[in-house]
Design a protein around this ligand. Structure first.
Ligand code: CU
Length: 457
């Protein structure tokens, strides 16, 4: 009987990988690189069973090649520069030119061979979150395999036993590497194309960073107090909109590798959670929602019938997560007389600006900021400033979009008489059932008295 080594040595005409499931260095596929931060067109399959490919917000799907009956991908872990939105770039770690890495798409039953080359300054591994595979392919450094040293290439080989939505990320100096942006999504399409088909299928992963204004590197030891709440390492208004044709069945698959949960909310529709990283949710176990909480280290995919045309906000419902960099120590100044306070502050800091006495909406106000940071809230709609940042974008539902048209269709053309409007009303205070015990002026005076007790006043 031939040993495998002897067999490979003699069977020169047969592809080694097709025979044994093992590969040699010469046969490593090219590693494609992405230099754009906008959503790339869907990658339609050129071999194997047909499926409707996904699109990744501000991202792309990794091309592969067939080698015998193996689908071969090549991930390169490397330092990257990622633009969060115009005006801010971050120095992160990612895969194939971007953070997060490209989406890996496959079909249930596919045999995957994924090459991972490490171009980082320290060792790494890749763990395939949610994929049912042999223990030695699970990617926990030290437990399932040796860590991949800088300059080395490892190969992972496994069959995609079930369809669904999964993620990949390092299990090697994990805190640092995930805080630096190393992650990506995996979508495995059902082999049966009639299983819960949709017309549009969007994917993104959530990550968070603490990057001090004017600097470029995330602080990797931060546990809670982040200032960049991102979808695919982008913040509003840098996040792609979701263009959808009216009456499309739409799936949105969301991964969470941040340090907290995110209640994701879509306006104007109801949806059902159809898939988690554990697999498909049976229809009998689904219920209608407009917000779904995506826990840490988990995936939620929801299915929605886009039957309501318009521009629909789509965002995390934690209001701090729809903000960009801001000072968390700011006091609530609502109701405080700006004039008196400015006088007091002016004595101490002549250049200081007193703000926030009527709220903090600052849509049209441009504040001086250091290079390489973003305003706390920004983005403009057809009626004015949107006053959002972070985890916010818009689902744009329009009649008659072409099937694979994912271009931003621009602002919604509201039918006449369908927009909330101002009425002429007398400025006098409307009669109230219960008259307040004190006037607004009295409340303000009390607040001022409180201020005088504050340190340094
Ligand atoms: Cu959130």
């Amino acid at each position: 009987m031939l040993s495998r080594r002897g067999f490979l040595g003699t069977a020169a005409l047969v592809s080694a990988s097709a025979v044994s499931g093992r590969v040699q260095a010469a046969s490593i596929p090219e590693a494609p690189i992405m230099d754009k931060v906008t959503m790339q067109p869907p990658l339609h399959p050129t071999s194997g069973p047909d499926y409707r490919p996904v699109v990744t917000l501000n991202g792309w799907s990794l091309p592969w090649r067939m080698n015998g009956d193996w689908k071969e991908f090549h991930l390169v872990a490397e330092p990257v520069v990622r633009e969060f939105a115009e005006g801010m770039k971050a120095h992160l770690w990612g895969y194939n030119g971007q953070s997060p890495g490209p989406t890996i798409e496959a079909v249930e039953g596919d045999k995957l061979r994924i090459f991972v080359t490490n171009k980082l300054p320290e060792h790494t591994t890749v763990h395939w979150h949610g994929v049912l595979l042999p223990s030695g392919m699970d990617g926990v450094g030290g437990l399932n395999q040796p860590h991949i040293k800088p300059g080395e290439t490892f190969v992972y080989e496994f069959e995609m036993k079930h369809s669904g939505t999964f993620m990949y990320h390092p299990h090697s100096d994990e805190m640092v590497q995930m805080a630096m942006g190393m992650m990506g999504m995996i979508v495995v399409h059902p082999r049966d194309p009639s299983f819960r088909p949709v017309d549009r299928d969007f994917v993104f992963i959530m990550s968070t960073y603490l990057i001090d204004p004017g600097t470029y590197l995330p602080k990797v030891n931060e546990m809670t107090d982040f200032n960049m709440w991102t979808w695919n390492s982008r913040v509003f208004p840098g996040i792609d909109p979701l263009p959808v044709r009216l009456n499309d069945k739409v799936r949105v698959r969301i991964g969470n590798l941040t340090m907290t949960n995110h209640p994701i909310h879509l306006h104007g529709h109801k949806f059902v959670v159809s898939c988690t990283d554990g697999g498909w949710v049976p229809e009998s176990a689904q219920w209608p929602e407009t917000t779904t909480d995506v826990p840490v280290g988990a995936i939620r995919a929801f299915d929605v019938l886009a039957d309501n045309p318009g521009d629909w906000a789509f965002h995390c419902h934690k209001s701090h997560h729809t903000m960009n960099a801001m000072g968390h120590d700011m006091r609530n100044m609502i109701g405080v007389s700006k004039k008196d306070l400015a006088k007091a502050v002016g004595r101490l800091a002549p250049d200081a600006m007193v703000m926030g006495s009527t709220g903090m909406a600052m849509g049209e106000m441009e504040m001086p900021a250091p290079d390489n940071t973003l305003p706390m809230m920004t983005g403009t709609g057809q009626f004015g400033p949107i006053e959002m940042g972070g985890m916010f974008t818009v689902m744009k539902i329009r009649e008659g979009l072409a099937r694979d048209d994912y271009k931003d269709p621009g602002p919604y053309d509201y039918p006449k008489g369908t927009v909330a409007y101002k009425v002429d009303a007398p400025p006098a205070e409307a009669p109230r059932q219960n008259k307040p015990k004190e006037s607004a002026k009295q409340t303000e005076m009390k607040a001022m008295k409180g201020m005088k007790g504050m340190k340094g006043m």
